[in-house]
Design a protein around this ligand. Sequence first.
Ligand code: FAD
Length: 497
Amino acid sequence: MAPKAIIIGSGVAGLSAAIRLAIQGIEVSVYEKNEVAGGKLGSLQKQGYQFDTGPSLFTEPYLLQSLFDLAGERMDDYLTYEKCDDLCHYFFESGKKITAHADIDRFAREMEEQLGEPAEHTKQYLQKAGKLFNSVGDIFLNNSLHKTNTWFHRRVIKALKQVKINHVIGNLDSFNAAAFRTPEAVQLFNRYATYNGSSPYNTPGMLSMIPHVEYNEGVYYPHGGMIKIIEALQSLAEKKGVRFYFNTAVDRIIYNSGSVQGVVVNHQNILADMVISNADIYFTYSHLLGRKVQAQKLLKQPRSSSAIVFYWGIKKTYPALGLHNIFFSNNYKAEFQAIFNKHSVYQDPTVYINITSKKEQGHAPAGSENWFVMVNTAAHTGQDWETLQKETKAAVLKKLQRLLGAEIEKYIEFEQVLNPSLIAGQTWAYEGALYGAASNNKFSAFLRPPNFFKKIKGLYCCGGTVHPGGGIPLCLRSAKISAEIIQRDFLTLKHRP
Ligand SMILES: Cc1cc2nc3c(=O)[nH]c(=O)nc-3n(C[C@H](O)[C@H](O)[C@H](O)COP(=O)(O)OP(=O)(O)OC[C@H]3O[C@@H](n4cnc5c(N)ncnc54)[C@H](O)[C@@H]3O)c2cc1C
């Protein structure tokens, strides 16, 4: 008989783990408390507008491709996508603007012409980011850091040779300040700390490898929007025989004598050989396992940032904007202090706007645009989000008026808002943090919880709150690492009495 696996949650990592286990011949059931799959990656359709409600940036499509290859399916039959010519449109308070082109030479030239940053600086930075990502990143993002076989390998020593003193001593801001001459270039590359919900003034210079993914590998747009990624993964999982139970929360994980036995759902025990939790790791410990002390220990690492998102249906088009746009704050340091020290939102926040109707006019009525307007905030620790939302909206509109020279408010014909408290409620993410723990210290990468439980055989976890971290690409890697550990453990499990 095929071994049975239960997956708790159908976020991008839960779906990906389900597919990988089903391919291994395991009978997989996914329990999801919401009525649809996707977790933080969701979608909203209202008044002729379509919005991706969570992630909007799609990189490293090969991670999905390899999943479809493994399943022996053509990815094109499930999901198509295109490479973007422009990565992002940046607007600075100094009045300077820049388009980050996919073509690095063109981007570097633009950095020189618009910002006064020598083109060579940009090219060298991205070249070094690539080397770091392909050596250190390749090992530490694709393997468990909690298994000895990851460390005792020749390639580790080779990779560590790429690590320079300023990658570990000092922070991303000081790393970037040494690499660039202009404050705008430093701010632009400091921004990548937010890709895992951290502050550039605390996170190590090692995170300078992140831009490699966008500039050297590319930014992509999935046709139909980000939600198509979830639809594709769910269809592939169903094709491989995975069973889904929606509107069905797991109440508890059952374990006995150091081995997992199954889960409790609606007061019923459902037995399985292995359980994989895609739920937030804090809740996995505190609620599903009832291990409050261990859960509390996880909180020694502060949570990542969260967000306020305005979904605006705008009855006008703005040719100066593209798919991805950033309007930087006047004082980046103060912005991160407001988020991580004052646990609030900065008064003049950096504003990110994603407009998928720039790619697909069907996502908005004719002559209109669908704006996903996001501002980074602190995680939810009981703030008055209604008030902060109002203040943030006023600040965003003022900023756009200033930097875009255009009025926006009178053209907003649809509005819905997401805030950290709602994110926490919808996806059971502790404090509504987007990426679990922040990487705000040198050791945070090593302090993320592993993908397995040392003291409970047959219990594993995957997703943005465990190794290697949050964001779609890392969640996909997390599912792969868990599935590989399960595959290795499987022989032992199969022979369990
Ligand atoms: C506004 C926003 C913007 C973002 N932008 C980006 C971006 O541009 N690029 C990027 O890569 N990432 C981005 N992220 C982060 C990204 O969305 C997450 O890192 C990723 O989607 C997390 O996936 P996951 O697999 O960890 O699961 P989650 O998405 O956290 O899903 C977990 C699932 O488990 C379910 N669940 C929890 N507990 C139980 C239980 N007891 N029983 C049953 N089901 C349960 C939940 O309902 C949920 O569906 C963004 C997130 C948000 C919210």
